[in-house]
Design a protein around this ligand. Structure first.
Ligand SMILES: NC(=O)c1ccc[n+]([C@@H]2O[C@H](COP(=O)([O-])OP(=O)(O)OC[C@H]3O[C@@H](n4cnc5c(N)ncnc54)[C@H](O)[C@@H]3O)[C@@H](O)[C@H]2O)c1
Length: 302
């Protein structure tokens, strides 16, 4: 079944960059009206230019699509959503994609390096979602795609600031998925891998050629499909490969809640606590996660 976005308004942050431009062009090609936001700063943050957003809008219009440029910082997310309302009268889809990198090993990282990444990634994502949220809820339709990173999921040398924000973004997305589900407001997270100025330093020229942004974009569109039911998902995507992640929890071990518990007792059961090959589960909600505590509170564990 073909996926179309006729009548839908999509806001894409960082739409002048490699991934954001691909998203903006692909949404527009399938009928969406696009707000192409980009501050146009440098990769480490700072600076501003209208060029990147304008170039994306020009490419969309040249192909017969509809788009408007916006140059606000995502830290002023409410202005970007207001731009969608002013130009197109509504907002349906938000793709939080803007990002900067400031790689430094932790002992060299200053509080400002952490704060600046917080502002663009986590606070920026919050601001856009928060400003769009009442509109999405009220109209009973919304799609949000937020951008994480393998660095957030797994940790990465020199990226303490970046990885903190990137996994924080998934935490935000999980709660938005929980709160939005009943109103058909679906939220998912992607961790992309693609050639861009952010990856120039960490990939070889050959690797970069294989990792086209155009191979990430179709997943973003799929997650925003008006017919989609997928929400709260975390997907890794790049180079034409797509996979989904989930939490896995060991079966664990119950000690008596009615007796003293010592570190030595825990050491004795360490293998049972940490092994995944016997009775591991994949909780997807707080209710599921609370299963072991429920047993204790119901007096089933003595
Ligand atoms: N390329 C990858 O392999 C990769 C891997 C993991 C995560 N990501 C994430 O994907 C997203 C897109 O990255 P990209 O690789 O296309 O990089 P990019 O640098 O080409 O694009 C990012 C864009 O965001 C814009 N931007 C930065 N700060 C902004 C702000 N405050 N307000 C508005 N716009 C702002 C920049 O001007 C830039 O055009 C980022 O969130 C990045 O962290 C990318």
């Amino acid at each position: 079944m073909s996926i179309g976005f006729q009548g839908k308004v999509v806001v894409i942050t960082g739409a002048g960059g490699a991934l954001g431009k691909a998203y903006a062009q692909d949404f527009a090609a399938r009928g969406a009206q696009v707000v192409a936001n980009d501050l146009g700063g440098v990769a480490a943050g700072g600076g501003a230019s209208t060029g990147p957003a304008d170039a994306t809008v020009a490419a969309i219009r040249a192909a017969g699509g509809t788009a408007v440029a916006n140059y606000d910082s995502v830290t002023d997310g409410e202005k970007i959503i207001q731009c969608a309302l002013d130009h197109f009268g509504r907002v349906d889809i938000v793709v939080n994609n803007a990002g900067i990198l400031r790689d430094l090993s932790f002992h060299k990282m200053t509080p400002q390096d952490f704060e600046d990444l917080y502002q663009v990634h986590l606070l920026g994502t919050f601001k856009l979602c928060h400003a769009a949220w009442p509109h999405l809820r009220e109209q009973g339709f919304g799609r949000i795609v937020n951008t994480s990173s393998a660095a957030g999921i797994y940790g990465n040398f020199g990226q303490a600031n970046y990885s903190s924000m990137k996994l924080g973004i998934h935490g935000l997305t999980l709660t938005l998925a929980t709160e939005g589900r009943a109103k058909n407001v679906l939220a998912n997270t992607i961790a992309p891998a693609a050639m861009s100025r952010l990856t120039l330093t960490v990939m070889t020229a050959e690797q970069l050629r294989a990792m086209r942004a155009e191979l990430v974009s179709p997943l973003v569109l799929k997650l925003c499909d008006p017919a989609s039911r997928e929400t709260g998902g975390l997907f890794e995507v790049g180079g034409g490969w797509i996979g989904k992640l989930r939490w896995e929890r060991s079966a664990g071990h119950h000690f008596s809640p009615n007796a003293p518990l010592t570190p030595e007792q825990i050491a004795e059961q360490w293998e049972a606590i940490t092994r995944f090959d016997d009775g591991a589960t994949h909780p997807t909600s707080m209710a599921e996660a609370f299963g072991p505590y429920d047993k204790v509170m119901k007096g089933e564990i003595r």
